[in-house]
Write a protein that binds this ligand. Structure first.
Ligand code: IPM
Ligand code: MG
Length: 370
């Protein structure tokens, strides 16, 4: 039996309760399909800070580096508002991304038919929406140096963040976007601010060069990132794949997430490069939503983004396309049957808890495997 290792880093807030629902699915896959998943667990974020005084321990970092895939819940909460900046919960997530070199963040925004009415936009604008944001994840202003607050000594301070992109970083993320576009509707829109930022000028140039060199069959357009944000809420279906930098990708993917009805629906994959020897790539899968401390422990959390993140894990880390399709179909079926967590509750639907939603998806899986 193939051995497949997964590290679970559930984190804080609603992280653990949503990861719990994925564990049930993994257990079922091992039992019913002989999938051979081996799970290990670690701490990240505030949970790691409470245990080790750091946002992730060296030991858990090493486990993440060694696993075939990492499933990440969420980090942060008011409890850790005052911890030192270096140890803040988000630092654990950023370290994982950086040390594992997960430069490609895939954030699909798909509007399930059953949820088209719960978007804040008109139904016809979002119905059938299927776009993919490819966000650069290990560069830009998130990691650029210098990054500091300087005391100017005259009662003033100066804060500096640095936006840096090298050619190779733009090349590799745009190649990922073009490759993925070929498996979809073959369109890429690149977003930057070349009218204001030097990094935008280079971004635009390198994306165009990469396109001209290897991907002329893909339709490429460029948009200024602010206009892109506007177009995303005006008529999102004009897009197929959007490729953009770390900071714009952070913002635009939250906007795209909300088009689909709820932040609780959206999964993501963060991928490294393929190892030329083994063909394997490091990868981490996480919902786009955060730790939602206000609802943690109330049973109101929506486990779908976490479960859909596991489906992406099957697709991108284990090449288990059929099983990934099964999980996505089970999510759609549970929604079609009228079950809704709090965040997507609508008229004539049945409000269910995190656990009940997880159980319903599991039951649909069982039916499809029977
Ligand atoms: C995201 C989050 C993170 C980010 C935070 C938690 C550091 O907003 O994954 O989109 O800014 O990248
Ligand atoms: Mg974000």
């Amino acid at each position: 039996m193939t051995k497949r290792t997964i590290l679970l880093l559930a984190g804080d807030g609603i992280g653990p309760e949503t990861v719990e629902e994925v564990k049930k699915i993994i257990a079922w896959m091992n039992e019913a399909l002989g999938a051979g998943f081996e799970l290990d667990e670690g701490l990240v974020g505030g949970a790691a800070y409470d245990a080790h005084g750091a946002a992730i321990s060296e030991e858990d970092m090493a486990k993440a580096m060694a696993a075939d895939a990492v499933l990440f819940g969420a980090v942060g909460g008011p409890k850790w508002d005052d911890v030192p900046y270096e140890a803040r919960p988000e630092a654990g997530l950023l370290r994982l991304r950086k040390d594992m070199e997960l430069f490609a963040n895939l954030r699909p925004a798909i509007c399930y038919p059953a949820l088209a009415a719960s978007s804040s936009l008109k139904q016809e604008v979002v119905e059938g929406l299927d776009i993919l944001i490819v966000r650069e994840l290990t560069g830009g202003v998130y990691f650029g140096e210098p990054k500091e607050v300087i005391d100017l000594g005259n009662g003033q301070k100066r804060a500096i963040d640095t936006q840096i992109y090298d050619t190779f970083e733009i090349e590799r993320i745009s190649s990922v976007a073009f490759e993925l576009a070929r498996t979809r509707s073959n369109k890429v829109c690149s977003m930057e601010k070349r009218n204001v930022m030097k990094s935008g000028v280079l971004w635009n140039e390198v994306v165009s060069q990469t396109h001209a060199a290897d991907y002329q069959d893909v339709e490429l357009t460029h948009m200024l990132a602010d206009a892109g944000g506007m177009q995303l809420v005006r008529w999102p279906k004009q897009f197929d794949v959007i490729v953009t930098d770390n900071l714009f990708g952070d913002m635009l993917s939250d906007v795209a997430a909300m088009l689909t009805g709820s932040l609780g629906m959206l999964p993501s994959a963060s991928l490294g490069a393929h190892d030329p020897k083994t063909g394997k790539r490091k990868a981490m899968y996480e919902p786009v939503h955060g730790s939602a401390p206000d609802i943690a422990g109330t049973g109101a959390a929506n486990p779908i983004a976490m479960i859909a993140s596991f489906a992406m894990c099957l697709r991108y880390s284990f090449n288990m396309t059929k099983e990934a399709d099964m999980i996505e179909a089970a999510i759609a079926a549970a929604l079609d049957s009228g079950l809704r967590t709090d965040d997507i509750m609508a008229e004539d639907c049945v409000r269910v808890s995190t656990i009940e939603m997880g159980d319903a998806i599991l039951a649909e899986l069982g039916k499809s495997a029977a």
